[in-house]
Write a protein that binds this ligand. Sequence first.
Ligand code: TMP
Length: 224
Amino acid sequence: MRSMTTTGRFITFEGGEGTGKSTQVRRLAERLRLHGFEVVETREPGGSPGAEAIRHLLLTGVAKPLGAEAEAMLFAAARDDHMTATVRPALSRGAWVICDRFIDSTRVYQGALGNVDPRLIRSLERLVVGPDMPDLTLVLDLDPNIGLTRVSKRGEGTNRFEDENLEYHKELRAAYRDIAEREPGRCVLIDADANEDVVAVRIWMAVSERLLRPLREKGERAAE
Ligand code: TMP
């Protein structure tokens, strides 16, 4: 984790399909910018040219026949490029990075749901992320019946993971809740069953409490 005396912070959003992550990433970034922070919005898989190329292989399902273990390694390869090209340079110049999905997606989709050995997943994390773990992970929690309905209403088609059945998505939700419960120092579970303004307020409260208040107390920033 970065020193709490530098300003840049690393925030990740996690959660099942249709929980509103992309919208909330954008809203949080806008609000932090109003407070004078430089904010980099990014996403996984992707967020750098190399990682976006791998994203295509993963989301179209081209890599699915290789199995969940190979997919986990491809997500890790994409993450490695993203960390090197985008995340670390931003954090080291003091920017805040807000990322739509990160390591917990691998733990949940490839680990809990894909039965990939947690030891492999942890070693990939150590190799690729190392000390640059998120300072805060917001886990958006929503009934998958609601989330999947939102996805289908978008009318953008579905990816290889969204195509899985409802039971799969219920297990995803449970696996995310489990991570949030086991790692309360890093994660905050956000009830996403409300309109986007209400969810944005819940998120802002978590960010204020976990990240802005400590900065204010250290006298680094007069952020609200
Ligand atoms: P999204 O950009 O629409 O959220 O799609 C990304 C998909 O990739 C989503 O269905 C979850 C999946 N995913 C994994 O399975 N493992 C990972 O490590 C990441 C980052 C995403």
